[in-house]
Design a protein around this ligand. Sequence first.
Ligand code: ADP
Ligand code: MG
Length: 738
Amino acid sequence: MLELSTPVQYVKGVGPRIAEILASKGIHTVNDLIHYLPFRYEDRLNPRGIAELRPGEMATVIAEVRNSGLFRTRRMPIFQLTVGQGRARLRCLWFHAAYLQDRFKPGQMIALHGKVEEDQRNRELQIVQPQYEILGESGNGDASESVEKRAAESLEVGRIIPIYESAGQGKLTSRWFRRAIRTALENLTPDLPEAIPAVVRSRMALISPRSALWNVHWPEPGESLQQLQESRTPAHIRLIFDELFFVELGLELKRRQQKAKTGIAFRLDDRVRAALKRILPFHPTTAQKKVLKEIAADMEKPYPMRRLLQGDVGSGKTIVSFEAAIIAIENGYQVALMAPTEILAQQHYLSARRILENAGYRIVLLTGSLEADRKRDIQRHIAQGSAQLVIGTHALLEEKVEFAKLGLVIVDEQHRFGVMQRLKLMKKSSDCEGEGSPASPNTSGSENRPHTGPGEPDVLVMTATPIPRTLALTLYGDLDLSVLDELPPGRTPIVTKCVPDGQSPKVWEFVRKQVAAGHQAYVVYPVISENEENEMKAAIKMYRELSSHVFADLKVGLLHGRLDADLKDQVLRMFQKGELQVLVATTVIEVGVDVANASVMVIEHAERFGLAQLHQLRGRIGRGAAKSCCILMTAGKITEEGQQRLDAMVTTNDGFKIAELDLELRGPGEFFGTRQAGMPDFRVANIIRDANLLEAAKREAAAVLAGPSSEVSPEEISRALVQMRARWQHTYGLVEVG
Ligand code: ADP
Ligand code: MG
């Protein structure tokens, strides 16, 4: 009997060597193996007759090998295979496929799958590069195998057949997986845990785990092929929902635990309101007002705020965060504002001083590159409470910074932090409880803490990459969500154009005209210096060229990540003051840099940037009233995906649309950087395809945790929670829930 947790090497036919290959696919246990789902299905119950095939259709054909051969054209070797059913014949072609030469023997039965085409010359039908599987291989003389083979035959034909991605450079074929998974299912323990409460199962019409696993691999004869391909059979739905439900349950639990903690109930009286009014440099947009109201309401609550503020670049998140800061400061608390880069931290520091210092608030900047003396000095101010708003990079977290009375943590540009970092950060801010007293040896836990002491600080997370709703629900299900869905008035939409770099003289001419009209321009490169990556124009080299030739008469500056902090600061200030007209830069300017007079951005090698990154970069312009223009220059050949990215940039300025597309193009894993970012790594679910199931899972998770009730028994809840914790531990490793 195989348990779900049995290491996969104990499945018959696996063993240590194959287990190693499987491990590289993330398959370690029996449970992993049986969740390795087919990526498509072939109907080998009703395969198509060759005579009835039509050009343009995808078809599965089972036929007999007649003959095959390799012929060489001037351009490449082509392998040709002719198969037949009675008198009907079908030709298959593979390009560059000398390796197929000895694979087929006349008389073999094979299954082929691919797109039927008509040969231009003789109007005969053919399939180019079909996927194939040899069904009846002539045996190699091993008698015991032939018995097994006959039994296995039914796994290859006469039904709907699951097709798996192969592994180990083709060592483990689809056919191999079919057998291994079949064996695993046949020997699987009969008691598969059912941890989803009955009422949820019935609302979602979920079938049992066992049927789901069998049917997803071995569909019943009557199953709809279309539903199978779209992962919409009851079996698929059960497995997908299962996966999403426990993630959402974990997030929902976190959220509830958060609300059960002691936070700080900030007061929002007339005095505080007056202070808020006083600092506002402009009329807030309706969206800003709405969002501030949501934040303020949270801050008044006696439990800690955990809120995510989403807003496209330029939507005006900064002022909202400053207002939140004022509420905390006016209540006598300190505020930490963290940015992912020094440049951005400096930028915030400058804005904060501009907006808040006149009102008498005390603001400090603490970054990693400060001199030791200065740093100590600032740390002292923080520890004594005389610094009210502390702005910094995550050095604020990593280094030993003691706050006298921390009330609010603001994390800007969250997408740069990654999910795991966010969790660490929140943990850190909850560690900051108490009046800065260094951790007391008394470890008996929070129950003993007097209730009169200050509670956990509020946390406001801000992200400039609009996250598609589905992703936000998954990744930030433990946070409340506010959205700034309106840009401040007086902006003219940015016009984006895409041109090949052969047209650069024209582009530079355009930049020159804009500068002559009093505007400023960014020119962005993907790399700092040439040797980083061959053939790519690099910021340093292009700076030399632009400043000494093309724009010899203009004031050109250079900004990249390797400059030391002072120099960066200086360059940025000069650009801000208009002392530089053209700023050659790398993506260091991607976040936060705010110069309203800059109305032109040229991005060279635009095909090299990710979509979200391009959108962030473009967000640096269009911040003033002047009409802004973003020029995407491309060099060399562009992939299809690259072209889609550029097209998206040209056709829309809407960050949410761009984020949706980005997610689609890159897939959820990449979207957030890496797996280390703590993105739930779904095996079965696909949060784009399964958005509606995700929402259902969230709803049902909330319903379950609201229990116990007549619908959900306490036992059911605790069973669900046990399962949830096991899965979180398994998937997220570090993250504790509950
Ligand atoms: P982001 O959301 O990208 O952080 P910022 O907070 O930097 O956006 O705001 C972008 C620009 O818009 C800034 O120059 C800011 O001063 C300005 N701004 C923000 N809100 C308003 C408003 N309500 N009216 C006019 N300008 C605003
Ligand atoms: Mg910002």
